[in-house]
Design a binder for this molecule. Structure first.
Ligand code: UDP
Ligand code: MG
Length: 333
């Protein structure tokens, strides 16, 4: 890699979603600002419909710093939609995304940029250590990544989260995927390009509580699997063949036993078979329902998020970039 020409970075965009994080946004902003001081950057914080003091804090911070862009969503759309909003508002040549709770140290963005300069289009951070997470979360996360890898044909590295940096080309490819069920870390692998991993130790949350209770985590996992795999649907077919096979094998046995004159009461076994098949059929219908529901959501083509308000919006002229003076010839009319 060393032989490749070094890329030079113009604008770097950094996106972070926040939802009810009044206890830590200021700290996040302060640490990110110091960590990014060496770059020409824009920090985009997406306020995912917070109902606490987060919005007001962000507005105040944005007033004193034009490099901080704040995108307020009209309600809580969820982590992945908020992240998408951030990515769509980013104008940089390279775009990094991270959680705002300081579990992903902003200081490491410089390492990702260095990899990008060496030619990597997508740089993802792999958690080698995770501080302050419950045993339950670690175990279930591990199961999830194993299940996901075996069902989906996407080679997602276990323990790689949404802490990533994307080259503009990779980002444009990612943003061209308009699906509603957004499993962004899987989608960034799916788009291809040159991928590169960096190990890091994930810190504990700086303050406040996780916004991913078990219920949301389960939903997120189902979304991830359903949007990358048809295996659950095909399972019904396999089971159908299996049980039909068993049924056919049973026919000659029953006939033989009848001819041999042995009478089978068989009430218990028939009941079990009927109940089990009924159960399997209901599960299969449920699985189909999960997919049909998602198809329904997709065909409605609703926007992924709605912006209520923005702070430090870039000037609408495409060419005028952050830091540029408004030269007289660039002013229209
Ligand atoms: N978040 C968000 N919208 C949501 C839930 C979470 O924007 O509906 C943000 C949250 O503020 C944080 C990041 O997404 O910056 C990751 O969430 P969290 O730390 O709660 O998840 P965990 O790290 O526990 O999986
Ligand atoms: Mg967190």
């Amino acid at each position: 890699m060393a032989a490749e020409p070094q890329r030079t970075l113009g604008l770097l965009s950094v996106c972070a979603p926040v939802y009810n994080e009044e206890a830590l946004v200021e700290e996040f902003y302060a640490r990110a600002t110091v960590a990014l001081a060496a770059f020409d950057y824009e920090l985009i914080i997406v306020n995912d419909g917070s109902s606490d003091g987060t919005s007001a804090i962000l507005d105040r911070l944005a007033e004193g710093d034009s490099r901080l862009r704040v995108v307020h969503l009209s309600r809580n759309f969820g982590h992945q939609a908020a992240l998408t909003a951030g990515l769509e508002h980013a104008r940089g040549e390279a775009v990094a995304m991270l959680d705002a709770d300081l579990q992903d140290p902003p200081e490491l963005i410089a390492q990702m940029v260095a990899r990008w300069q060496q030619g990597a289009d997508i740089v993802y951070m792999v958690r080698e250590q995770r501080e302050g997470e419950s045993k339950f979360k670690l175990v279930t996360a591990n199961w999830f990544y194993r299940l996901f890898r075996s069902l989906a044909q996407v080679d997602l590295e276990p323990n790689s989260g949404d802490f990533r940096l994307l080259d503009r080309r990779a980002l444009d490819a990612l943003l061209s995927m308009r699906e509603r069920d957004r499993f962004l870390r899987g989608m960034t692998v799916w788009v291809g390009f040159t991928q590169s991993a960096i190990g890091y130790s994930r810190d504990a949350r700086y303050a406040g509580e996780t916004k991913y209770p078990v219920r949301k985590m389960l939903r997120f996992s189902l979304d991830a699997i359903a949007s990358f795999s048809h295996v659950p649907l095909q399972l019904a077919t396999y089971l159908g063949f299996l049980f039909s096979g068993v049924a056919f094998l049973a026919i000659p046995i029953v006939v033989a036993l009848r001819l041999a004159g042995s009478y089978l009461p068989g009430f218990g076994s028939i009941t079990i078979a009927v109940l089990m098949l009924g159960g399997i059929q209901l599960i299969a219908i449920g699985v189909i329902g999960e997919y049909v529901g998602r198809i329904y959501d997709e065909v409605k083509r609703r926007p992924l998020y709605i912006v209520r308000d923005q702070r430090n919006e870039p000037i609408a002229l495409g060419e005028v970039r952050h830091g540029d003076e408004l030269a007289p010839e660039k002013i229209p009319g």
